[in-house]
Structure formats: C-alpha cells, structure tokens
Design a protein around this ligand. Structure first.
Ligand SMILES: Cc1ncc(COP(=O)(O)O)c(C=O)c1O
Length: 420
C-alpha cells in the first residue's frame, strides 16, 4: 500500500516534468521513443484484445487458444511442431530437455549473445564453451568451431542476430553433422528470415524464437520452440506438459504491460498520453530480465508456459508479421544509402537469404557507440547499442573472442521500422 502511494507521489511530481520534456522534443522533432526497447508492432487492435482479456479472465488459461497459436505459428514458419512458453529462454530450456543434454555436457555458444542463453545451460549444469563471431553478420565464425569441440560437446547454438541470416549457416550445420552434434538455432531476433526460401530455424534440430517486447512480433514476454523431428517433439511435449502457467497476478501485469508499451512506443499522441498511462499503470510493469537473473540466478517463476491471454495477442500479431517484416526490409534501404555515403560496410546478406532487419547493425568508432546523441542530431533516430557485453547486458568479458570485443566496442544498430 505504502509503495503504491509512493509510486503515485513519484509520478505526480515527475509527470509535469516528463510532459514538458516530451512536448519540447515533440515541437523540435526529436524522437521520443527508443524503439530498440519497446515493441512497435503493437497496434490499437492488440490493445483492444488486451483490454478485453483483462475483463474476460476465464479465457486466460484456455489450452485450446494456446494450441491454436502454436499451430498457426508452426504453419507460418513451415515447421512441423511448435510449443509456446513465456520466454525464448524457457523455449531453450525445453530444447535442452528434449535433446537430453546432461550435467557436464558442453555446448558451443557464440561469445556475443544475450545472457539468458548461457544461463539456460548453466541452470542445468551444462558447460558453455564460447566461440568467436564474424563481423559480417555477427554469427559464429565456422572456421573457429572445430577447435572448440571436445568429447563432451553435444550441441552448437547457431544464432541469427539483428534479423540477418548468419554468414556461415551451411558450414556450421555441416560441422555439426560431421561431429554428431545437435544444432540449436537461436532465431530470437530473426523470426521470419529465410534461407533458400525456407524460414530460419528449419535447418537444425530445434529452434527457438522470442516474442519479447523488442522483437519482430510481440506478446510482451514469450517464446516458441519448433522442431521437425518427431522424437524431439515428443520430448518437447513432455516438458511442456509438466510446465505450469503464470499466476493470475502475473498475467494481469503482462496485459497491462502490453497497454503501457503501446501508449509509450506506438500511439501517435504518446508524447502526452504515454506518461499518463504510466501514471495509472506503472505499478503493473514487468521487466524481462531482473538483475539477479543477469547475475546467473534462476528466477523462481522461470519455467512457465504462454497463457491464452497472451496467445490471443500472438495470434493477432501473427496476422501482421509479414507486413511489419516487409516494412523493416524497406526501412533498411535508408541505412544502405547512409552506409554507401559514409563508406561504412553494410551488413552482409548472404546469397539465397532474406533477412528481416529487426535492426540494421554497423560498425562505427567506439566514441560514436559511447555517445549516441549524434544519431538523434544527424539522423533523427535513437540508436540501439546492443550488445554492450559478450553476454548482453552483462559486461564481464569473455577471453578469446576478439571480433566479439570489437563488436561490443563498435557495433550499433539502426531502427528499420521507423514510426513517423
Ligand atoms: C539472441 C537472443 N537469444 C535469446 C533471447 C531470449 O529471448 P527471451 O527474452 O524471449 O527469453 C534473446 C532475447 O533478447 C536474444 O536476443
């Protein structure tokens, strides 16, 4: 009760300041939002669903709705099986179970990823062996993988960052085959990207996707695991069936977070309505990764399935995903031109691939990554800075990954879906 009152007090004091600040930015044409953090694929139709869900609590845990979302996603993705959880990280945990990885096993992981990826392995006692990335698409450098393989290696995590298809896709899969290793595709940032007209995630043994707020489509928190292998699917189902739903209180917070997200990042009147919505609903806001989780501590409410209340948003987002992905591809043209003009290397689009440009990554000078205000002044956009550490956002370094170190110092990313 006390914290609620403090919350209101804080916002009543902060609110006029924020309104003035936003008004000032608005009239000077300075961007208000940081689209790298908030979803911009949420529209008013999604908000109507979230509001309806807040009233219709009886639907929240309806399995049929969730299975409909899973089936539709699998169909759209060209995969045989899909299971929806409350995060890409939980989808990864399900993959670990399904592939029967055991304590003491080793997995090769890019030394430039999100901290929740190695965490999922560490929570099961599996050792992560980091391998360096290339700087064309920020994927694993295939030429460095074989020296990392030991008797204990069981799998390789192959990721597609920023919506690009990774440079050494086929080579990495070949290495895994030759060495009897599983491929876990991390498609958290590349849902919908294609290689040889097939969506990424369908080339390895199992793939994970994320519907967290900063991704190409969103349910604010969520993740999906897919496979085309019937035996792996059986084990994924086993894991799924022994996983519970989030509490009612948490579902309520997720639904309010969707509403807050829309009014802060997408609403055309967000410069004044965004802070008003925060004023009323901020107490429900959730963070996707707590500080404790960043430090490697497993959250109590980690292993959870996606509830129907979110799957309904997912179904609606799925109707729009191709539209928004195409919008991003169009938006990337602006940065192609900018790169050419400034003689900066464009990210590589490998032959036969179709990236979806969640973001447009480029290498700039370390100073330009440290202080990104130049992008607002010169280009009118907020620049994204992920990744700021080998295991973003954790900044503790990993040895032996010089390319990753360079990317940490120099890689910034432009938004491709720019809201006017
Ligand atoms: C590369 C990568 N893998 C996995 C994840 C995990 O997804 P989630 O946040 O849905 O657990 C993320 C999330 O940001 C990511 O960027």
């Amino acid at each position: 009760m006390k914290s609620l009152a403090m919350n209101y007090l804080f916002y009543f004091l902060y609110f006029p300041y924020e309104q003035f600040k936003n008004f000032w930015k608005y009239i000077r044409g300075i961007p208000l939002i940081t689209p790298s953090l908030g979803s911009i694929t949420l529209d008013i139709d999604d908000i109507k669903i979230a509001r309806r869900m807040l009233k219709n609590k009886w639907i929240w845990y309806n399995d049929k709705v969730v299975h409909k979302f899973e089936k539709k996603f699998a169909l759209w993705n060209g995969s045989n099986y899909a299971f929806a959880f409350l995060g890409g990280r939980v989808a990864l945990s399900a993959s670990i179970y399904a592939l029967q990885l055991q304590k003491g096993d080793e997995v090769i992981v890019p030394g430039y990823t999100c901290v929740v990826v190695p965490n999922a392995f560490h929570f099961e006692g599996i050792k992560t062996v980091y391998s360096d990335i290339e700087l064309d698409t920020y994927g694993l450098d295939a030429s460095l993988i074989e020296e990392k393989i030991t008797r204990n290696t069981k799998a390789i995590v192959l990721h597609h960052l920023y919506g690009l298809v990774c440079r050494d896709y086929e080579k990495i899969i070949e290495i895994a085959k030759q060495n009897g290793l599983f491929i876990i595709e991390d498609c958290a940032q590349a849902t919908g990207a294609e290689y040889r007209n097939i969506k990424v995630g369908n080339f390895g043994d199992v793939a994970i996707y994320s519907t967290e707020q900063s991704k190409v489509f969103t349910t604010i928190q969520g993740g999906i695991v897919t496979t085309n292998n019937v035996e792996i699917a059986k084990r994924l189902k086993e894991y799924y069936e022994h996983t519970g739903y989030p509490s009612r209180n948490y579902v309520k917070k997720l639904l309010y977070s969707i509403i807050i997200n829309y009014y802060n990042y997408k609403d055309t009147n967000r410069w004044w309505r965004g802070s008003l919505i925060k004023l009323f609903y901020s107490r429900f806001r959730i963070v996707s990764t707590t500080q404790e989780e960043e430090n490697g501590i497993k959250p109590q409410n980690y292993r959870l399935k996606m509830p129907a209340a979110l799957a309904l948003i997912g179904l609606n987002q799925l109707k729009k995903i191709d539209f928004y992905n195409n919008k991003r591809i169009e938006g990337s043209q602006r940065w192609n031109k900018w790169c050419m003009k400034n003689k900066i290397n464009k990210p590589l689009i490998i032959p036969y691939s179709k990236p979806i440009f969640l973001r447009y990554p480029v290498l700039v000078s370390p100073d330009k990554k440290k202080d990104t205000s130049w992008a607002i002044k010169e280009l009118g956009v907020n620049l994204g800075v992920w990744f700021i550490g080998n295991l973003h956002p954790v900044t503790r370094p990993i040895l032996g990954c010089p390319n990753a170190d360079k990317a940490i110092q120099q890689c910034v990313n432009f938004p491709c879906h720019i809201e006017e």
